[in-house]
Design a protein around this ligand. Structure first.
Ligand SMILES: [Zn+2]
Length: 315
């Protein structure tokens, strides 16, 4: 069997080789935070802990633990909360990391440069190790759709992972760039094509966000800022379709709260963190709409066809 190597699809579970640390600020709190990523044993999943709250325990990166979706995704269990988890989770999906302990000494994951690229770089400096247990995927068997006003988000069957997103904004700057994108990860590299897309917003919206205690740490160092006429950042955009690609980066992080990577196609129209989370919760509640599959069978077929065709998922 000839297989193409993809960073986000592996047969076995993976974690990082050794601990690695980063210091940054929380984009919403404006507070300095130290984050440590530590290896975790197989079947742990992605879990967050707070070194500033001894004895508070872990919170798993699971859709059912999402407790706030105002401008970011926050998870919580008991006293342990972890905010703005979506960019880190997106990077972990991109690298195919299944098991990890994320330790924070404050509530919010550092925003770094507003994209997922610094997390990719951080993990690549220590390396990734394969574990013994097979990696499990959520294979979508029938369409699941949620809506909120005009916004919609759905997952439907597909033999790999493809994501399509469209946003609508009638604004001189947004009108100059693509508002829709489709990425099929059997031929697109997450690291190269998605991870560098930064958060973005209108400078005029920043004041409103700060009035509700959000975006207190936001600056052109961690977001693309837009005024009435132009992109304010020196150097402009990293991708011509950076805006819509960041929306896809967020979707990927929010969907990784399903606890396993999805095999299916996502289609989003104006969906944000709240609707992405509703979609994930609806998937969990719709047990007939998906099944857990593993690629271990493709290595050791026992007298029957593999559950999934290897070519379809670019193992
Ligand atoms: Zn984002």
């Amino acid at each position: 069997m000839r297989c193409r190597t993809r960073e986000n699809v592996m047969l076995r579970q993976r974690t990082i080789r050794k601990a690695v640390h980063a210091i940054g600020i929380g984009v919403h709190s404006g507070r300095k935070v130290r984050m440590s990523l530590r290896p975790a044993s197989e079947n742990t999943g992605i879990v967050f802990s707070r070194s500033d709250l001894p004895g508070a325990g872990y919170v798993s990166a699971k859709a059912e633990n999402v407790c706030d979706t105002t401008l970011a995704t926050t998870i919580g269990a008991g006293r342990t909360r972890a905010a703005t988890v979506e960019h880190l989770l997106s990077a972990l999906w991109g690298l195919g990391i299944d098991n990890l302990i994320v330790e924070l000494n404050s509530e919010e994951v550092p925003i770094m440069d507003g994209s997922a690229a610094p997390f990719i770089y951080l993990i690549q400096t220590v390396g990734i190790v394969e574990q013994a247990a097979p990696r499990q995927f959520i294979r979508i068997k029938r369409e699941i759709k949620v809506a909120q006003g005009d916004a919609t988000a759905l997952l439907k069957p597909y033999g790999g992972f493809r994501a399509n997103y469209t946003f609508v904004a009638d604004h001189a700057v947004y009108n100059r760039y693509p508002k829709t994108a489709t990425l099929d990860f059997s031929d697109v590299s997450y690291s190269e094509e998605v991870s560098r897309a930064r958060s973005f917003g209108l400078a005029s919206e920043l004041e409103q966000a700060q009035a509700i205690d959000r975006c207190k740490g936001s600056s052109l160092d961690n977001a693309v800022g837009i005024d009435d006429h132009d992109v304010l950042n020196e150097g402009g955009l990293r991708y011509r379709d950076e805006f819509v690609k960041h929306k896809l980066l967020d979707v990927i992080g929010d969907l990784y709260l399903l606890g396993r990577p999805v095999l299916g196609e996502f289609v989003g129209y104006m969906s944000g963190h709240a609707l992405n989370n509703e979609l994930a919760r609806t998937v969990i509640d719709s047990e007939d709409a998906w099944e857990l599959v593993s690629f271990a069978d493709t290595r050791r077929p026992r007298g029957r066809e593999p559950i999934l065709q290897p070519a379809a998922v670019a193992v």
